[in-house]
Write a protein that binds this ligand. Sequence first.
Ligand code: HEC
Length: 151
Amino acid sequence: MTIKIKHLFMIGITGLIAMPVVSTSAESEDLIKYRRGVMKAIGGHMSATSLIVRGKVPHKGQLKQHVNAMKMLTNDIPALFPEGSDFGETRAKEAVWEKPEDFGKAANKSNDSITNLLKAVEGGNDSEMLATFKKVGEGCKGCHKDFREKE
Ligand code: HEC
């Protein structure tokens, strides 16, 4: 009986000590899971946009919603990378947190390029759409080159 009580007591103490440690790492994991999910969503809209703009699928009526979604999802990319979200399954380089100004610039550049694509979509000129779409791709790649580890 005494052994059982002691055992329970120990589990209690261990639980108290272990809890904050577990929740800290879980938080980072969740932040990473969240941003990777958002990036994947951006990637999904990007490939859908690419297929439409290059005339591979007849879904022009849905083009604006994909570009709008990308615009909204990239409005504040740095917010997806809070301090302490570098621990876990991430390909984000340390440079994200070491060079926040450069990271912010890359994020703005990408977001601006999507604004330009949106304008082109609203204008309805195919060659403008293709040209601005290419710039969007360069914006993604530019940031990935500097701030994302290769697989
Ligand atoms: C300002 C920097 C930046 C910009 C701009 C950016 N990304 Fe990313 N992206 C990252 C980083 C950093 C990661 C790695 C995140 C991680 O692993 O935690 C990433 C990851 C991704 C992933 C992989 C998600 C996964 O884990 O499966 C995709 C897909 C992606 N980005 C698509 C895009 C597309 C498409 C654009 C352009 C419209 C874009 N990104 C613009 C920084 C950026």
